[in-house]
Design a protein. Structure first.
Length: 368
């Protein structure tokens, strides 16, 4: 079995579109397991369709009005490079965008949130090392530098609201262990990603004043990834993952917004657990293909108007083409977004049902 070719097809890019919270990357360190020296570039795009119907009795808006599609599509790039320093030590550098959000309610409409917008952006650089103890066990550790900024306009709260949080940088770490059996293409890797704290200089304009300065502290959530693969037949690989994210500890709570509303701008009541399972198959010397399913259970309760989703299910397909030292991957995923009801001052505001997203991605990698 040419494990590297089959395992490559298992990596279905774009698999984090519309994940729990504001997640856009699983923070995987799979690059560290590539053989030899390796460099990879990736691009992911997602086009969600997320709309709801007003249930709130809230003049002058009209019950039954449609929100229109409130979720912006996005594209993002990634890069990683891995070096085999010695027979036992590997190091890698990874760039990605682990968290992000784009909200834009259409204007003008009769929906209560018309004209509301929000954006959250992050960039992350991770340096990770892996040390092998013999043929089977290895330890993984690294540091992560992350930048974040955010902004929001919320017209429907009393007096209206606008806030901008400027970029701030924070540091975190990751640790993990892995077990491998190369003879059966078995690998199980468990990694922990720490929380990262950002103290973002913030300016708010609301009923409390114009351009009021403050500092907004945001902790991006800690998480745990369990990733596995194993050969189940010649040229056939079973793979999957389980990811837990501590979203219940995440919130964005600008000072003036909290004073007016009595709560944070964005928060999540529950953690998320995402399950993924798939199979990859080598087709010939150059081609491999994979199919996967993903499920993130709904957590229930009222949701934020800036994140009106609750769980997801998805199917994805991917192909890999390898020629000499080049590896080209492409993947597409269809996501069924879980229904959600949003909250306005603790009451149901909008009912979001029947929504979906389509995500696509490509990766090109070179061994050297």
């Amino acid at each position: 079995m040419k494990v590297s070719l089959v395992a490559s097809a298992a990596v279905l890019v774009a698999h984090s579109a519309l994940a729990g919270g504001v997640e856009r990357s699983t923070q995987s360190v799979a690059t560290i397991f590539e053989p030899g020296n390796y460099i990879e570039f990736s691009y992911t795009t997602a086009n969600p369709q997320v709309s709801g119907t007003q249930v709130l009795v809230f003049p002058p808006s009209i019950t039954g009005s449609s929100s229109g599609n409130m979720a912006d599509g996005y594209g993002q790039v990634g890069m990683s490079v891995k070096f085999a320093v010695t027979e036992k030590l590997d190091v890698a550098l990874i760039y990605d965008n682990p968290f992000g959000a784009g909200v834009a309610y259409a204007f003008p409409t009769a929906y209560f949130a018309t004209g509301s917008t929000a954006a959250l952006n992050t960039t992350s650089f991770t340096a990770v090392g892996r040390y092998r103890f013999g043929d089977n066990f290895s330890a993984i550790a690294g540091i992560r530098q992350q930048r974040m900024n955010a902004s929001a306009i919320i017209p429907f709260i009393p007096g209206g609201y606008m806030g901008t949080a400027s970029s701030d940088s924070g540091l975190g770490y990751l640790v993990g262990v892995a077990y491998e059996r190369p003879d059966i293409a078995l690998r199980v890797a468990l990694t922990y990603n720490s929380t990262i704290t950002h103290d973002m200089p913030t300016v708010e304009t609301s009923a409390l004043g114009v351009n009021n300065p403050s500092t907004t502290s945001v902790d991006t959530p800690q998480s745990v990834n369990l990733e596995f693969q194993t050969g189940i037949a010649p040229k056939t690989l079973l793979f999957g993952s389980v990811r837990w994210v501590d979203w219940s500890e995440f919130m964005i709570a600008p000072a003036d917004y909290g004073t007016i509303v009595g709560g944070p701008l964005v928060s999540f009541a529950d953690d998320t657990i995402t399950y993924s399972l798939g199979v990859g198959r080598q087709l010939n010397e150059h081609w491999a293909a994979a199919f996967s399913v993903t499920h993130e259970p709904a957590t229930g309760g009222l949701k934020s108007n800036l994140a009106p989703t609750d769980g997801r299910s998805a199917v994805g397909v991917g192909v890999t083409y390898r020629q000499d030292n080049m590896k080209l991957q492409a993947g597409v995923q269809h996501i069924w977004i879980g229904d959600a009801t949003t909250s306005v001052f603790g009451a149901p505001g909008g009912a979001f049902t029947g929504n979906s997203a389509l995500a696509f991605g490509m990766k090109v990698g070179f061994s050297f």
